[in-house]
Design a binder for this molecule. Structure first.
Ligand code: PLP
Length: 361
């Protein structure tokens, strides 16, 4: 070992030694033309930038963004925290409400990977109450973690199953953990879903936290802007842990434009279009004998179980078409997640899949 390697070995936090840098969709594949692997929007809006204020530090919580999102979500600004993506919201919740080396969080896999990754990064334990075979919550298993965890993460619509958790189940979870944990409902995909979500229930359930983002329906994954919705007392705790200037001024300007009446109209139009393309692509994929649909389509992606999964993945990558392998997740062997692209991307994907299976026959 070199001197630096020895030094790093001596100094690196013990709980980080076994971890690897997150394999985001972007890190896994950098080439390709059809990016259907990160649930991004294929559409991008138009924004303007005023550079006159760039010499100044930005607001920690820009009022223009907070008040616009408050109006959109039917809340007050005191119930909101804006951060560097919903991912930072997850991280802040863990840092603010879990003591490293002692406290634990509960997740319900198969689900979004960042809850466990964020917890592990801060030396916070991760307990699992896997979803049932129909991807509903296993409330009996969850009840076993009462008083043992500080945060419960529920993703609805869930990434990668596309299923929404029934209202009665979320309500039961909120009551189960009423005096012992915050229940975090991740609504990154709520704009695509048939259900309107939990923001309006914050007053009824003091231990409810809702996560939202501009990365999916709003087509703004590149600006890194997300929201944590919760009781003002919870938001006040998160504000102790957040960086002084989490939101760059250009991000705040673009977010405010995305949340303007015109921006919201653009978003709703694109969501309608993507939901229509999703229905079409679902029908077409279900016609492929080698595919079995898995879960539901309440978000902007489709999950399928595919015969010859690995060969198909490799074939698509060779054609610049990137989708996401979910087969390492519990109960999702041979499952692939396909984000809805624009008409041309979906057509190229479908044609490539057909050609692949014809060549195998
Ligand atoms: C994409 C995604 C996020 C991350 O949102 P960012 O605002 O881009 O950090 C959070 N939760 C789920 C379930 C997601 O799929």
């Amino acid at each position: 070992m070199s001197q630096l390697e020895l030094l790093i070995d001596k100094l690196q936090c013990g709980h980080l030694k076994g971890l690897k840098p997150y394999e985001s969709a972007r890190r896994l594949f950098s080439g390709g033309q059809d990016w259907l692997n990160a649930n991004e929007s294929p559409f991008v809006g138009q924004f303007s930038l005023n550079t006159q204020k760039l010499n100044r530090y930005p607001d920690c919580q820009p009022k223009s963004v907070l008040s616009a999102y408050a109006d959109y979500a039917g809340l007050t600004a005191e119930q909101l925290l804006v951060s560097r993506g919903a991912d930072e919201g997850i991280e802040l919740l863990i840092r603010a409400f879990c003591t490293p080396g002692r406290d634990r969080v509960l997740i319900c896999p198969p689900t979004y990977g960042m809850y466990a990754i964020s917890a592990e990064t801060f030396n916070v334990g991760v307990d699992k109450a896997p979803l049932k075979a129909d991807f509903s919550l296993d409330l009996e298993a969850m009840a076993g973690y009462r008083d043992k965890v500080n945060l419960v993460f529920i993703c609805s619509p869930n990434n990668p199953t596309g299923t929404q958790v029934a209202g009665e189940q979320i309500e039961a979870a909120l009551e189960l953990f009423a005096d012992s944990a915050l229940v975090v409902v991740d609504e990154a995909y709520i704009e695509f879903a048939s259900d309107t979500g939990w923001a309006k229930e914050l007053v009824r359930f003091p231990n409810l936290v809702v996560l939202r983002t501009l990365s999916k329906a709003f087509g703004l994954a590149g600006i890194r802007c997300g929201f944590t919705l919760a009781a003002p007392a919870i938001i006040q705790v998160l504000l102790k842990a957040i960086a002084p200037y989490p939101l760059p001024e250009p991000v705040a300007q673009i977010a405010a434009q995305a949340l303007s009446p015109k921006g919201l109209e653009w978003m709703r139009e694109k969501v309608m279009l993507l939901n229509q393309l999703k229905t079409e692509l679902t029908t077409q994929l279900n016609d492929i004998p080698a595919f079995t649909p898995v879960g539901d389509i309440q978000a902007n992606f489709i999950l399928v179980r595919a015969e010859q999964k690995q060969a198909l993945m490799d074939y698509l990558v060779g054609r610049g078409i990137l989708i996401r392998d979910q087969s390492k997740q519990v109960a999702l062997n041979n499952c692939l997640r396909i984000s809805i692209g624009d008409i041309e991307q979906n057509a190229r994907l479908l044609a490539a899949i057909h050609t692949f299976y014809q060549e195998q026959a």
